[in-house]
Design a protein around this ligand. Structure first.
Ligand code: ATP
Ligand code: MG
Length: 257
């Protein structure tokens, strides 16, 4: 996907319509173009999310899902070269990852990044080392009783499902406005997936605005209100989750399910 001609050929010339609605979208990604070095990967991605909505971000392997999440979280890689990211009236595109996190963007990466040498509780405390804080650690243990039971255990010795709970718990421990989940069910046994699904359904009831990327598209769609599908770094579908569940041809074309 290396770009050979004008890198901004696809850049939109129209203004960001985030203010067109009343009120403006809670979250808006507008015409994001992002690169890993010379590789042009996120190619003009735009979508909005309303407060409290769950959005499933779907697409085949290599479609650009992780890259889009990393762009929104303002990870240095891929590098955002054009576009706007707004969350709750704040221009996230002007921030680095640290400030994006302080402003409520919490990415739970696929590899979960539990800190070795720290207990479950210390992993959570570390997330609260700096304000603004989110949930109290006790409240996180109410949502995930297993984490409370294992609070003194080293985080990296937890099972895969428990590590996923810890990674989500750590995001909740910070001030959270947008939860970005990259493949939360990856590598987990079906019974554990069901457990995490239940928690995500609870998180949904609490009204936390969430983006879920999942290979298990059906599970993600059952949880989500809306869905977008990426293909080769571009949005090819934006609609309700039900529309994707009802459209076998669309799923076959872009998700191969
Ligand atoms: N660090 C990197 N450097 C260069 N190219 C990368 C890098 N990470 C990903 N890519 C490329 O960017 C494209 C999109 O990758 P990305 O990981 O965003 O896809 P994805 O939709 O998350 O896929 P998967 O379902 O496999 O997780 C792929 O072609 C991939 O090879
Ligand atoms: Mg990925």
């Amino acid at each position: 996907m290396t770009l050979t001609d004008d890198p901004y050929a696809k850049v939109k010339k129209t203004p960001n319509p985030r203010n067109a609605g009343t009120p403006p979208a809670y979250f808006s990604a507008w015409d994001l173009h992002a690169y890993y070095g010379e590789s042009y990967i996120v190619q003009g991605v735009s979508f909005n999310i309303h407060e409290g909505e769950i959005l499933a971000l779907l697409g085949r392997n290599g479609a650009g899902k992780t890259s889009t999440l990393r762009t929104i979280a303002r990870a240095g890689n891929p590098e955002l070269k054009h576009g706007e990211i707004w969350l709750d009236h704040k221009p996230i595109h002007e921030m680095k990852s640290h400030d994006a996190a302080k402003n409520g963007i919490q990415l739970v990466p696929e590899d979960r990044r539990i800190i070795p040498g720290l207990t479950v509780e210390e992993n959570l405390q570390l997330a609260q080392i700096e304000p603004p804080h989110g949930w109290s650690i006790e409240r996180i243990y109410e949502l995930f009783p297993r984490l409370g039971e294992r609070r003194k255990q080293e985080g990296v010795t937890l099972s895969g499902g428990e590590q996923q709970m810890l990674a989500i718990g750590r995001a909740l421990a910070r001030d959270i406005k947008l939860l970005l989940l990259d493949e939360p069910y990856e590598g987990l046994a079906p019974v554990i997936v069901q457990e995490i699904e239940k928690t995500l359904a609870e998180i949904k009831k609490l009204g936390i605005t969430t983006v879920i990327v999942e290979q298990n598209a059906i599970a993600a769609l059952q949880l989500a209100d809306r869905a977008i599908i990426l293909d080769m770094g571009q949005v090819v579908f934006d609609g309700t989750a039900q529309e994707v569940l009802d459209d076998a041809a669309l799923r076959q074309e872009y998700l191969a399910i």
